[in-house]
Design a binder for this molecule. Structure first.
Ligand SMILES: Nc1ncnc2c1ncn2[C@@H]1O[C@H](COP(=O)(O)OP(=O)(O)OP(=O)(O)O)[C@@H](O)[C@H]1O
Ligand SMILES: [Mg+2]
Length: 244
């Protein structure tokens, strides 16, 4: 049975979509079958990040509401074997309940090794659907006070999820030094164990805009960090990467 992992944050723009794409591509390169579900209803952009822009005709609500089978709605990545995307609808259908999303996820668990859900920012209806059937959650935060406070608030909503971890994104050592901040402090504020640290890396912006998976330009910087997170999801012990 596959594992459902929700990537969430509370605060917007912390890197949920970028990191979902990076981990998904890494797991696919490791030979896993991965379904990404974009649950950022109305503001979807995981398709752009994965280079699958405008390929999807059906979305996850079509599958959850029984209008289309999962196998037909999921779009396969042309270059990354094993990676598929189920996109988000442009608006939230009134009859899309958590029970229907959980049933969709149960079907997906039988077809994929991992289901990665890209959650919207905030704690609204889309977020509730994104967390309702998860086995694990990754809370993505950056090292600023508002992001960490929002992460802390988000964690309170994730009590039903078995394993919840923190991923610190856009880390710049010089900035941490100037702020006299540490990753340890961040873990304490968020109240979560750490699964990974992702450096500030212009390749993230470049790859997203070129529609190339983060792993396509070699395993350095943020791509290496996502690869390490994927290895840890697989149960491997990998040292936290050193960021200069
Ligand atoms: N490690 C990084 N280094 C440099 N830029 C990054 C990094 N992570 C994310 N970004 C950039 O930050 C911006 C926001 O990232 P992204 O869209 O992944 O965040 P998000 O949490 O999904 O946002 P939203 O809440 O709007 O869905 C993008 O321009 C992305 O390229
Ligand atoms: Mg996003």
């Amino acid at each position: 049975m596959g594992t459902v992992v929700t990537i969430t944050s509370g605060k917007g723009g912390t890197g949920k979509t970028s990191i979902t794409g990076g981990i998904a591509a890494s797991l696919a390169l490791m030979g896993r079958r991965v379904l990404c579900i974009d649950m950022d209803i109305g503001l979807r952009n995981l398709d752009i990040s994965l280079g699958l822009s405008d390929r999807a005709l059906m979305d996850f609500s079509d599958v959850a509401l029984g209008r289309c089978p999962l196998a037909r709605a999921a779009v396969d990545h042309p270059d990354l074997k094993g990676l598929s995307l189920l996109t988000a609808p442009m608006s939230l259908p009134a009859n899309l309940t958590p029970d229907k999303v959980r049933a969709l996820l149960n079907t997906a668990r039988t077809m994929y090794d991992y289901v990665l859900i890209d959650s919207p920012a905030g704690l609204g209806a889309g977020f509730r659907l994104a967390i309702c059937g998860a086995d694990r959650a990754l809370v993505i935060a950056t090292n600023d006070t508002s992001s960490l406070r929002d992460a802390q608030r988000t964690v309170e909503e994730l009590e039903h999820i078995r394993q919840v971890h923190l991923v610190m994104n856009r880390i710049q050592v010089k900035l941490l030094r100037r702020l006299r901040a540490t990753i340890d402090d961040a873990m304490n504020t968020a109240g979560l164990p750490l699964l990974g640290v992702v450096p500030e890396d212009p390749q993230v912006i470049l790859c997203a805009n070129l529609g190339q998976p983060l792993t396509s330009r070699g395993k350095r910087g943020a791509a290496q960090a996502c690869w390490n997170i994927a290895l840890r999801l697989e149960g491997n012990r990998v040292p936290i990467m050193r960021i200069r």
